[in-house]
Each structure stands twice: as structure tokens, then as C-alpha cells.
Design a protein around this ligand. Structure first.
Ligand code: ATP
Ligand code: MG
Length: 394
């Protein structure tokens, strides 16, 4: 029989939230529950800035910790052994339990805490006994009270005792619980940038919805499947959400056939923003999110971004604006979207690639180009024909 184990979740920034703290804790707890799956957790309770998670019978605790480590707002997850409140058992079985987590370390110290003041040993006594036992069993270790490689902890609670080492840790992502900072609609393409942009805003607590523009037959069913795969990876962090799929072929052809070539991309981007804004208003989003990065392409110069921003009244969040491609790729790898993003695909933007796009557009002349088509008609048509699907983490 193995030792019964639980997870201790430490959270970060939400502690700063003062009065709102319990609301934030509740959000974090419900996000943990949702991410873990309905049946994976037997019990969960918060106490002194730690959330204690008791897994359900038969659940692989390491897999559970890994899954939960994707919940924003968590700094770290520590695995602890649960023992009866019997000092002899705590010393013998407790030390045996933590020993594997001390294997590659040189120094440690013990910290004990007891919420049950009737326990026959006080905290300094527990620390001393436990320290002695660790030294006796792990000959490679020395005590260092100031800068230990790890802290071995003993917590005497009301019904049981927890023994764990800080080195038994799965690192979290930090950030704030999703849903604690409003809702926004991500314009998601099949590229590298936009999934990262969505992830970064979700990390700041924003609940995500997503919209994708496709232009069949110029873009294939496979390109759409790829976006759905990316959306599902993102959902591991954000929880489930709605992906709106906008058929955009006729709109792009109308632009191509009627607007001056130098402004094709900008008129298209303005139309995308207008469609996304309408969808966002319907799903009660407070902002749009794009993966734009200053200077990355002709449509992302400071002037071009201004022209795009001008198309809508809604706030546009561009979390990648100051990042280099290399930095964006590093995050894409870390969050698991990179390998999917680099699969070959056609984006709807490839329906037309102007040979000479303007990099310093003036809003007046773009508006003039835009006047060649009935913008309102095409935007409304796109919104009407939009389909949606539910995205869940896989
Ligand atoms: P990405 O890697 O995210 O595709 P990109 O560098 O290719 O970005 P663009 O194609 O200019 O840049 O697109 C800029 C942003 O516009 C994207 O990050 C995304 O937010 C949005 N976007 C582009 N194409 C689409 C699309 N087909 N559907 C939804 N949004 C899109
Ligand atoms: Mg793209």
C-alpha cells in the first residue's frame, strides 16, 4: 500500500487583491475543478493562502498535478504525504516518504506547524525530532537553517498530519485566474502568433472567446482543422469556449475586385475587425485580441495598426506588440502550440497577396479605397453566415 497523497496549491498575485481575495480564491478553485475534470477531486479547501486538494480514489496524482499546473493563478503545486497523528509513524514513514525528494540535494531544514495545539509535541520539538530522523536516514544531507536546498515540512492538522518537501514541486504559470479580468474575443489564425496572444491575455485573467476567418476553397478543410486543434490546446489553459468560424471568401473577392491593390490587405483587416467586433458584442466581450507585433509585416507598421484600430470602437489588446518573433516562438513551444502552428496551411489572407502593400497608409486614402465596396453589407453578411462550435481541452 502506498502512502496517501494530497496536493498543496500555492497561488500568487491574487493575494494582492485585498478585499476581493475570497472571490478570487473561489474562481481559482472552480478553475482547478474544471481543469481536473469532474471526478478527479474528492475534496478541496483553502486555508492560509494554500488550497489543499484531496484526489479521488485511484487518480494518478502526478498526472493531476501536471494538468492543474496549467491553471493560471497558481505559483506551485506540492505533493504531500498524509499520515496518522502519531509521532512514531510520522518520523519513520514520513521520512521514508520524503527521502526520494531529497535525493539530489545537499542541505535541508525542517519546519513544523501544528493547528492542533493538543498534539503532544510542539513545533520546535517536531522539527528537532524530524531533523534528526532525516539526518539518520539520509547520510548525504546536512542541516542549513539559513539557505537550505529544501525545507521538509510537517503539518499537524485536526485529523491527520502532512509531511512534504518543498522540492516535491510542480511549477505553475503564475498569472491570474481566468474570468477574473473580463472577457475578450481572440482573432485566431493558424499561425504562431495568435494562439500565444490568446494565452497571454488568459494568463492575465481574461476569459477567451475566439473567431476564425476562412475562405474556402482558397483555404482547405485541413487549415480549419488545424485552427480547431490550436483552439483545443489553448483551452487546456482557458477552459472551454466558443469558436466562431466566419466564411470570408465572397468578402475577400469583393475587396480584391473593387479596391486599389495597395490597400487590399488593410481593407480586409478592417473588415475582419468589424466582423469580430460584432461577434464580440454578441458574446459580451469587452475587447478584441490579436497576435500583431509591431513591424512584423506591412500590415503591422505603426501607421497600419492605427488604420486597423480605427475600424472599430472596441478596445484591441495586442499582447505581442513589443515582442520579437523568437520570444513569441519560445512561448509557443512552452504552451504546446508551436508544433501545430508550423504545419503548412493557407490563411485566408493568402486569397490575395498584394505585390506592393503600403507600409505608411493614411486613413483618409484607405477610407476612400474602402468606399469602393459596401462595407456594412459585407460585414453583416459575414456575421449572419458565421457558424460556431464549442471548444474543449483535449
Ligand atoms: P499569426 O501567426 O497569428 O497568423 P501573422 O504574423 O501571420 O499572425 P497576420 O496574418 O498579419 O499576422 O495576422 C495578424 C493577426 O490577425 C493575427 O495574429 C490574428 O490575430 C489575426 N488574423 C489573421 N488571420 C486571421 C484569420 N484567418 N482568422 C482570424 N484572425 C486572423
Ligand atoms: Mg497569420
Amino acid at each position: 500500500m502506498g502512502v496517501k497523497e494530497i496536493l498543496l496549491v500555492k497561488y500568487g498575485e491574487i493575494i494582492l487583491k485585498g478585499l476581493n481575495r475570497s472571490k478570487f480564491e473561489n474562481m481559482l478553485e472552480s478553475n482547478i475543478k474544471r481543469t481536473a475534470g469532474a471526478d478527479a477531486i474528492k475534496e478541496m479547501k483553502a486555508s492560509q493562502a494554500i488550497i489543499y486538494i484531496i484526489p479521488a480514489e485511484g487518480v494518478d496524482i502526478d498526472a493531476l498535478a501536471k494538468k492543474i499546473s496549467k491553471v493560471f493563478g497558481i505559483l506551485s503545486i506540492i505533493k504531500a504525504g498524509v499520515f496518522p497523528k502519531d509521532m512514531d509513524v510520522i518520523l519513520s514513514e514520513g521520512v521514508e516518504y520524503v527521502a526520494p525528494f531529497l535525493k539530489d540535494l545537499k542541505t535541508f531544514k525542517v519546519e513544523a506547524k501544528r493547528s492542533d495545539k493538543k498534539f503532544p509535541y510542539n513545533s520546535p520539538e517536531i522539527s528537532r525530532l524530524m531533523g534528526g530522523e532525516v539526518l539518520a536516514k539520509c547520510h548525504h544531507l546536512k542541516v542549513n537553517v539559513n539557505e537550505p536546498d529544501t525545507v521538509v515540512r510537517v503539518e499537524i492538522r485536526d485529523n491527520e498530519a502532512y509531511v512534504f518537501a518543498d522540492s516535491a514541486v510542480t511549477k505553475g504559470l503564475g498569472g491570474m485566474p481566468v474570468r477574473s479580468n473580463g472577457r475578450a474575443t481572440l482573432l485566431i489564425s493558424g499561425g504562431i502568433d495568435s494562439p500565444v496572444a490568446g494565452w497571454m491575455m488568459a494568463k492575465r485573467g481574461v476569459e477567451i472567446e475566439a473567431v476564425h476567418f476562412c475562405s474556402p476553397p482558397y483555404t482547405s478543410e485541413l487549415a480549419k482543422e488545424k485552427v480547431i486543434s490550436l483552439a483545443k490546446i489553448l483551452a487546456q489553459y482557458t477552459g472551454g469556449y466558443t469558436l466562431y468560424i466566419v466564411p470570408f471568401t465572397e468578402q475577400q473577392l469583393a475587396i480584391r475586385d473593387n479596391c486599389p491593390e495597395e490597400h487590399l490587405t488593410l481593407v480586409m483587416r478592417r473588415m475582419m475587425m468589424k466582423v469580430a467586433e460584432k461577434i464580440a458584442q454578441r458574446n459580451k466581450s469587452q475587447a478584441l485580441i490579436t497576435g500583431e507585433s509591431l513591424g512584423q509585416v506591412a500590415s503591422q507598421t505603426i501607421e497600419a495598426l492605427g488604420v486597423t484600430t480605427d475600424a472599430v470602437n472596441m478596445n484591441i489588446l495586442r499582447p505581442l506588440i513589443g515582442m520579437d518573433k523568437e520570444e513569441i516562438i519560445t512561448i509557443a513551444r512552452k504552451i504546446g502550440t508551436f508544433e501545430t502552428s508550423i504545419l503548412p496551411y493557407e490563411d485566408c489572407c493568402t486569397v490575395f497577396v498584394p505585390k506592393h502593400p503600403t507600409t505608411r497608409p493614411k486613413i483618409e486614402s484607405v477610407l476612400k479605397s474602402e468606399g469602393k465596396i459596401d462595407m456594412e453589407y459585407w460585414v453583416n453578411k459575414a456575421v449572419e453566415e458565421t457558424e460556431w462550435m464549442r471548444i474543449e481541452a483535449e
